[in-house]
Design a protein around this ligand. Structure first.
Ligand code: NOJ
Length: 481
C-alpha cells in the first residue's frame, strides 16, 4: 500500500496560497483552507501520446512502403469522407516545431510510434536507411527539448506487402516482426529506454479480420480471428525479447492494451466479485493469456474447434515478464452480479452521456477498476495509462480559441479515479493523454478530434486548446488542478 503520507499533502506554497487575495472587483476573498486535490506520487509520469500513421503524413516519402491503412483509406466507404493518411498533421516535416510547442506546454514524456513500413518498406528484407535516419532526427529533436520518448513498436500500420502474404493470419508475420523489433531497438536503444511492444491488439485483429472497421477490414472466421490474436501475442513476446537482448541498461518494455474494463454497478462485494470474474473472461485472449502463460480453459472450451493453434513453447515467449502494463482506458462496461452471482452487463441507457465518438461512453470509474483489476488479479506492479481522452467534433471560435470544457472535465474525472486507485494501493506510475494534437482518427478520418492542440488541417496551424493549458498546469503542479 502507498501510505497517504508519502503521497498526499497540498502542493505549492501554502503560505502564499493562504494569504488574503482580492477578486477582480477588488473585494477580499477569504483564504481557503486548501484540502486537496493532492499531489500525485513522486516520479509519476505525465505525458501525451500520438501514433505515426495518425500524425506523420509523408506517406509516400522517404522510401516508406505503403501500409494497410494507406490501402484501406482508398477503399470506397471505409474511411469518413475518403480521408487519407497522406498528409495528416504533416508531422513528418514539422516535428521540430511540434516538439517546441510540446516543450512549451511543459510536456516531458511523449508516447509516439515508429512506422514499420518506413523501416522495412516491404515488412521484411532490405532496410530503408532514410526511415532509420528520420527517427534518429526525430528522437534527437525530442530529447534536445527535454522530452523523453516512449516508443510504440507497432500501432496498426502493417506493411501492405505482409498483408498480401496473409498478414496477421500467418505465422510469417511473427518472424518479420521479430526482425523489425530487433532492428529498431538496436537503432534507437542508446536513447530510447521506454518501449511499448504493440498497441491495442483487438483493434488490428478482431476489428480488422472479424469486421470491416479497421484495416484490412475483412470478415474471416472466428478461428482465423483467434489465430490473429495468437500471432499478435507472439509479437508482443518478441518485443519484450528484443528489448531484453538489445535495449541496454535501464530499458523497459510493456504492452498497451485496451482491456475490456468492468465497472461494478454498485461497489458491493457481490458486484465487485462479478466485475472481477467478468474482467478475466473478457480479457482471456490477451491479458489473461500473457500473465498466466496459457489460454484459460473456459476460453478454450468456448472456442472449441476455433481455438488458435498454439504450443506450450509459444507461451514461453508470450509470457516473458514485461516491466509494466500500459492500459488505454477511455470507457468501461457496467456489470452486476445476477441471481447466480455471475457477471451480467448493465446496458447504457439511451441518454447516458458520451463523447462525439459514439463508442466513448463517459465512465471515469473505468480508470479505477481497470488499473485495480490488473494489479489485484495478476499482481501487476507497474501500471501506466498509455491513453485516455475524449473525441469531439470541435469548431474553433472566431478568434481561433477552442474552449473544450468537456474534454477537460472528462480527463479530470478520470484522473480523480486514477488517484483513488493510487490511494487504494494500486501501483499506477504514469498517465498519457491521447492526444497531443488532433489527428487521423482511423475510420472516422479527421472528423473526430482527440487533441489538446487543435490542428487546422488546411493551414496546418496548431492552436493549444483550453485542455492543453489545463494539462500543462497539471504537469507543472504535479496534481489535479
Ligand atoms: C486508441 C488508439 O490507440 C488510438 O490510435 C486512437 O486514436 C484512440 N484510441 C482514440 O480512438
Amino acid at each position: 500500500m502507498i501510505s497517504p503520507s508519502n503521497h498526499g499533502g497540498v502542493a505549492g506554497t501554502a503560505e502564499s496560497e493562504n494569504a488574503p487575495r482580492a477578486d477582480a472587483l477588488g473585494r477580499l476573498i477569504a483564504p481557503l483552507a486548501r484540502v486537496g486535490p493532492r499531489s500525485f506520487p513522486p516520479g509519476f509520469v505525465w505525458g501525451v501520446a500520438t501514433a505515426a500513421p495518425q500524425i506523420e503524413g509523408g506517406a509516400w516519402e522517404g522510401g516508406k512502403g505503403p501500409s494497410i491503412w494507406d490501402t484501406f483509406c482508398r477503399l470506397p466507404g471505409k474511411v469518413h469522407n475518403g480521408d487519407t493518411l497522406d498528409v495528416a498533421c504533416d508531422h513528418y516535416h514539422r516535428f521540430e516545431d511540434d516538439f517546441t510547442l510540446m516543450a512549451a506546454l511543459g510536456v516531458k514524456n511523449y508516447r509516439m510510434s515508429i512506422a514499420w513500413p518506413r523501416i522495412f518498406p516491404s515488412g521484411r528484407g532490405p532496410r530503408n536507411q532514410q526511415g532509420i535516419d528520420f527517427y534518429n532526427r526525430l528522437i534527437d529533436a525530442a530529447q534536445a527539448r527535454g522530452i523523453t520518448p516512449w516508443v510504440t513498436m507497432f500501432h496498426w500500420d502493417l506493411p501492405q506487402r505482409l498483408e498480401n502474404e496473409g498478414g496477421w493470419r500467418t505465422r510469417a508475420v511473427v518472424d518479420a516482426f521479430a526482425v523489425y523489433a530487433d532492428t529498431i531497438v538496436l537503432a534507437y536503444g542508446d536513447r530510447v529506454k521506454n518501449w511499448i511492444s504493440l498497441n491495442e491488439i483487438s483493434c488490428f485483429t478482431e476489428q480488422a479480420y472479424g469486421g470491416d472497421e479497421k484495416a484490412p477490414g475483412v470478415r474471416e472466421s472466428q478461428a482465423v480471428v483467434n489465430q490473429t490474436y495468437h500471432h499478435a501475442l507472439l509479437c508482443h513476446g518478441h518485443g519484450v525479447r528484443a528489448v531484453r537482448e538489445h535495449g541496454g541498461r535501464g530499458a523497459r518494455v510493456g504492452l498497451s492494451d485496451n482491456a475490456a474494463v468492468m465497472i461494478p454497478v454498485s461497489e458491493t462485494p457481490a458486484d465487485i466479485a462479478a466485475a472481477r470474474a467478468g474482467f478475466v473472461a473478457e480479457n482471456a485472449r490477451v491479458i489473461d493469456a500473457i500473465y498466466r502463460g496459457r489460454y484459460h480453459p473456459d476460453y478454450l472450451a468456448r472456442a472449441g474447434a476455433d481455438a488458435p493453434v498454439h504450443t506450450e513453447k509459444d507461451f514461453e515467449l508470450i509470457s516473458l515478464p514485461a516491466d509494466f502494463l500500459g492500459l488505454n482506458i477511455y470507457t468501461g462496461r457496467f456489470v452486476r452480479a445476477n441471481a447466480a452471482g455471475n457477471p451480467e452487463t448493465v446496458p447504457f441507457t439511451e441518454n447516458y452521456p458520451r463523447a462525439d465518438s459514439p463508442w466513448l461512453w463517459l465512465a471515469p470509474r473505468a480508470l479505477y477498476w481497470g488499473t485495480r483489476h490488473v494489479h489485484e488479479i495478476y499482481g501487476e506492479k507497474s501500471v501506466f495509462i498509455t491513453e485516455n481522452g475524449a473525441g469531439y467534433n470541435e469548431t474553433p471560435a472566431a478568434d481561433g480559441e477552442v474552449l473544450d470544457l468537456n474534454r477537460v472535465e472528462y480527463a479530470r474525472s478520470c484522473l480523480q479515479e486514477l488517484d483513488r486507485a493510487i490511494v487504494d494501493g494500486v501501483p499506477v506510475h504514469g498517465y498519457f493523454l491521447w492526444s497531443f494534437m488532433d489527428n487521423f482518427e482511423w475510420q472516422d478520418g479527421y472528423n473526430r478530434r482527440f487533441g489538446i492542440v487543435h490542428v487546422d488541417f488546411v493551414s496546418q496551424k496548431r492552436t493549444p486548446k483550453l485542455s492543453a493549458r489545463w494539462f500543462s498546469q497539471v504537469i507543472t503542479e504535479h496534481r489535479l488542478v
